[in-house]
Write a protein that binds this ligand. Structure first.
Ligand code: PMP
Length: 305
């Protein structure tokens, strides 16, 4: 990864190499932590963070769900993220922000009430999550052999560190089998989400994306639904089966890091014409116009640094 200059940790800007924790930190052993993934783009008027408040608010909500008491307000963390971008003096088009909270050193055993909460805001330059080529030509998806952990045993709507064991196993399997990304079903066999992104398909001009019954309450998915409706498309939020995916006209993934990534193949079934679909491309163009500040109508989603 590309190191930056500073990381904000518990209210202080520390040199990148000094933002450290003890090996006996609670989260390393028991996995209770919460993360965000937020992005800043270099617009014509300087860096702007996309949907900053929504991301910081989700961090606080994830923490509430997992009983982690972050001692900073959304406003304080928003301000600190803006300052972090300024202090780091980034140069490239894409800056990824990783706000997170974890349980630090001092308590062992599963019961975590007295474990200290560490709050961190990091940022670094990071390009296309699923590759530049993937954004243009599409990626290959494999439906994972593991299902997404059910709501009866995990908190899927939280962006909780613990949920990423499931994602990691699925992603590793997909790549090991020669694919680019994993698609996870829920425990009923319906599409839940990808290992780090949301699922969309197009069939007969209709755009379909599953509800968040068993997936992260995604900010990009919400944005894409809004953009697509604005462009005049019908968007259905309903459960989707594996067979429907195989015969979709277009498939794409959405996420802060994944942006709008076309899918050209799912489990060896070529999707549409095996390249970026027409509607996918239109939505992708619209999304990049919005995040780079080229669309006045959506400027309220940008917080300029
Ligand atoms: N699902 C998972 C498991 C993710 O990690 C992500 C990325 N944060 C998403 C969906 C997409 O969420 P968002 O659009 O809020 O980035």
């Amino acid at each position: 990864m590309d190191a930056a200059k500073y990381i904000w940790m518990n209210g202080e800007y520390k040199a990148w190499d000094d933002a450290k924790t003890h090996v006996l930190s609670h989260t390393i052993h028991y996995g209770n932590g919460v993360i965000e993934g937020t992005k800043a783009y270099k617009t014509a008027d300087g860096y702007a963070i996309f949907r900053l408040n929504d991301h910081t608010k989700r961090l606080k909500e994830s923490a509430k769900m997992t009983l982690i008491d972050i001692p900073y307000t959304v406003e304080e963390m928003n301000e600190a993220q803006l300052e972090l971008i300024r202090k780091n003096e980034f140069k490239g088009d894409n800056v990824y922000l990783r706000p997170f909270a974890f349980l630090g050193y001092g308590v062992m055993g599963v019961y975590h009430k007295d474990a200290p909460v560490e709050t961190v805001l990091a940022a670094w330059e990071w390009g296309a999550y699923l590759g530049e080529e993937g954004l243009k030509s599409g990626i290959k998806l494999k439906i994972a052999s593991m299902t997404r952990a059910g709501n009866t045993s995990s908190m899927g709507k939280a962006k909780a560190t613990a949920n990423y064991l499931n994602s990691q196993m699925a992603k590793f399997e997909a790549i090991d089998c020669g694919y680019d990304e994993a698609l996870l079903l829920d425990d009923q066999g319906y599409i839940a989400e990808a290992s780090g992104a949301c699922f969309f398909m197009v069939k007969d001009e209709e755009i379909i994306t599953p509800p968040n019954d068993n997936s992260l309450a995604s900010i990009t998915q919400k944005t894409v639904i809004e953009i697509a409706k604005d462009m005049g498309y019908t968007v259905a939020r309903r459960r989707v089966t594996r067979e429907e995916v195989y015969v979709a006209d277009e498939v794409f993934l959405t996420g802060t890091a994944a942006e709008i990534t076309p899918v050209k193949d799912v489990d060896a079934r070529i999707i549409g014409n095996g390249a970026r679909g027409e509607i996918t491309e239109k939505i992708q163009t619209a999304y990049f116009d919005i995040v780079f500040g080229r669309n006045e109508k959506y400027k309220h989603y940008l917080t300029y640094v």
